[in-house]
Design a protein around this ligand. Structure first.
Ligand code: SF4
Length: 488
């Protein structure tokens, strides 16, 4: 390895452009590492050039301008090559490893999967995390989450060969939250609900036929969006009725109701009638002034009223989402949110961290109003401490691009109420059967838990016009299952 003294421009302003050559399988790893160190790809005249070679062992060569800043041979794995690259970039930029150490993925619990089948799982995972230089608090979080998830995450793909997590997407919202970068659009005053509902029902019926054809069972069903409850009550009920008729309903059936301003008694009754077991109501925060600032068209009192209405009905569990780091939010606001939620005691509470693209118009518009990284970190830390003290356990964690500092989104649960769908989404160890505009279908294709995928378009008009073509693609994707992976 090249000595730090030879690194050009260390700790000074450098041009953060790069190009790279190497196996396709490393593309995502290299892209994530370069993004972490603030580099953008530039093929024509890059400042940094990365070359990775795979053979019996791995070789890494990194140049910056005319200087070689890393030349490592006999690296024993792809991960070791990734760490060597991070070390080189750290020397070049002066940037230190953060709380997640060498872990770069948005789903840090995935690094625990290789240890799940081992008897000495906790010790083996701890050794790995220490070696990856993960900070003590993050190690503890990952260990807590891993201990809960181990029971639900497959270690052998043959065990989930005939199971799917079903996702039904409805990418419309009543208004646009100011922080949202999701490709959901605002429902039009003259939205064609009849056409969208008919399209969704046709998709559901075809998905049911596909499941029967391949002998698939549903591990969970989850309505996401957008805001699924934006569908007016009669259309919403018709969709739920079709799902109950067409799909084998699992024990866990979630509707992401999301915005309290889209929930009414008729929709709640429809959910009860057609077997929904879990409902998500997302306050995000409980101060009216902050809710107005982020363009949520409901008050904190609306959230409380809907929560009480939901608790009077026989749902097994309720999730509530909060966000730390909203414009104008204080640590005391978050303390108050957590106090209220722990008093209400929903079975699941998810504490997100605001993720805003740094140069987006929204970030610019909120400049000066966003809490500091330290304040947002304090909100997350105190939320975790208070929730644990109140009996909640962290059960899933994921990170996002453009998230404040080294933070994460953390889902907490009362014992016995984990959401299987959330675990499977993050673990990526189960087929996903996607329904509706914007849905993704993912079929496991080998024992390494890699997926083949097909995507449905977000645009409801395109989804309508070309639905038959997309449904055929999904049929073909799942047809590959017939010859794959089953334990015999
Ligand atoms: S409800 Fe969710 S998807 Fe819709 S705009 Fe708000 S954050 Fe985005």
């Amino acid at each position: 390895m090249i000595a730090a003294a030879n690194v050009p421009n260390a700790r000074s302003v450098i041009e953060r452009t790069f190009s790279w050559t190497g196996p396709l399988s490393c593309h995502s790893m290299v892209a994530q590492i370069m993004l972490r160190y603030g580099f953008r790809r530039e093929e024509a005249a890059p400042y940094v050039r990365v070359a990775l070679t795979e053979g019996d062992t791995w070789t890494l060569r990194v140049t910056a301008g005319d200087a070689v800043i890393a030349a490592a041979t006999a690296l024993t794995s792809r991960a070791a090559a990734g760490r060597a690259l991070q070390d080189a970039l750290g020397r070049l930029t002066g940037q230190k490893l953060g709380a997640w150490g060498y872990l770069i993925g948005m789903r840090p619990t995935k690094v625990l999967h290789p240890f799940f089948a081992q008897d000495d799982y906790a010790q083996a995972a701890e050794r790995f995390l220490r070696d990856a230089r993960v900070a003590p608090a993050e190690r503890q979080l990952l260990q807590e989450v891993g201990a809960l998830q181990r029971e639900y995450v497959a270690t052998d793909w043959r065990d989930v060969a005939r199971k799917v997590a079903v996702y039904i997407g409805i990418p419309l919202c009543p208004s646009h939250c100011s922080y949202c970068s999701f490709p959901a659009r605002i429902a039009a005053p003259d939205e064609d609900w009849e056409r969208l509902t008919a399209d969704l029902c046709r998709d559901v019926e075809r998905a049911g036929a596909l499941m029967r054809r391949h002998g698939l069972t549903a591990d969970s069903v989850y309505y996401g969006g957008g805001t699924p409850t934006v569908l007016p009550a009669p259309y919403f009920a018709r969709l739920l009725h079709t799902v109950a008729d067409a799909l084998p309903l699992p024990e866990e059936y979630t509707v992401e109701a999301g915005r309290p301003d889209t929930i009414d008694a008729a929709k709640l009754q429809a959910m009860v009638r057609y077997g929904v077991t879990r409902i998500s109501i997302n306050p995000q925060t409980l101060q009216d002034e902050l809710l107005a600032r982020i363009h949520r068209a409901h008050s904190a009192a609306d959230v409380g009223r809907i929560y009480q209405a939901v608790r009077a009905l026989p749902f097994q569990s309720v999730n509530m989402d909060l966000i730390a780091g909203l414009p104008g939010q204080t640590v005391e606001d978050m303390r108050a949110n957590i106090r209220t939620l722990t008093a209400w005691r929903p079975e699941n509470i998810t504490v997100h961290t605001l993720a805003l693209k740094r140069h987006s118009p929204l970030a610019a518009a909120s400049a000066g109003e966003l809490p500091s990284a330290a304040a947002t970190a304090q909100m997350q830390r105190e939320a975790g401490e208070t929730l644990r003290a109140a009996g909640y356990l962290p059960y899933y964690v994921y990170r996002q691009k453009y998230m404040t500092a080294d933070l994460a989104n953390v889902g907490y649960t009362l014992p016995g109420y984990i959401c299987r769908y959330n675990i499977q989404m993050i673990a990526e160890r189960m087929h996903i059967l996607g329904i509706g505009p914007g849905a993704t279908n993912k079929v496991l294709k080998n024992e390494a838990f890699q997926f083949a995928r097909c995507y449905f378009p977000w645009d409801a008009d395109v989804y309508h016009r070309r639905q038959e073509e997309y449904l055929r693609q999904r049929d073909e994707l799942f047809a590959g299952l017939a010859s794959k992976g089953e334990r015999v």
